[in-house]
Design a protein around this ligand. Structure first.
Ligand SMILES: [Zn+2]
Length: 57
């Protein structure tokens, strides 16, 4: 009874910074309505695959 439980798990583990805008849910809303292509990089006015207008709505 001389130790108060030495555990390897740290009580205050540092959490990784959560970056906004990188969630899959956001990409689903930006999928191409024509070919379901996943947009890459900054929001584009046209689909990089089929050239569909993504700003129609
Ligand atoms: Zn497309």
């Amino acid at each position: 009874m001389d130790a108060d439980g030495t555990r390897e798990t740290a009580p205050d583990a540092p959490r990784p910074a959560v970056e906004e805008g990188g969630e899959p849910a956001c990409l689903l809303a930006r999928l191409c309505p024509q070919c379901d292509a996943v947009p890459e990089g900054p929001p584009a006015a046209e689909c990089w695959r089929c050239g569909a207008d993504l700003r129609s709505r």
